[in-house]
Design a protein around this ligand. Sequence first.
Ligand code: ZN
Length: 113
Amino acid sequence: MGTTGEITLIINGNATEKFISIFSEKVPYAECYFCGKVYITSNINYITNEELDNYRKLGAESPNKYFVTQDYSLIDTFKFLDEIAVIGCKCGADVNIEKWVNDHKDKLQAYIA
Ligand SMILES: [Zn+2]
């Protein structure tokens, strides 16, 4: 583990690689609509040093809300009902949504056909 409020998003146990490869949009930072946690890249190609310092301060003050990636990666997100879900978020929204898609696969295919 890194300093307080810093994380590495772990894909294992979250949405599958197939789901991510089809639905993911990578962004510098995102707030998960489903739980309010905020994820921020530490890659200064996508965020200013001032913004990063600000988010690290917020992370130190609210370690359960703000998470700065340790590995410079961008944040994987996808839109669901016009709201942003963060892939790999601790709330598991991505897993639940992918499970819903799988549970309703037959109905979705019938609807699309
Ligand atoms: Zn979440």
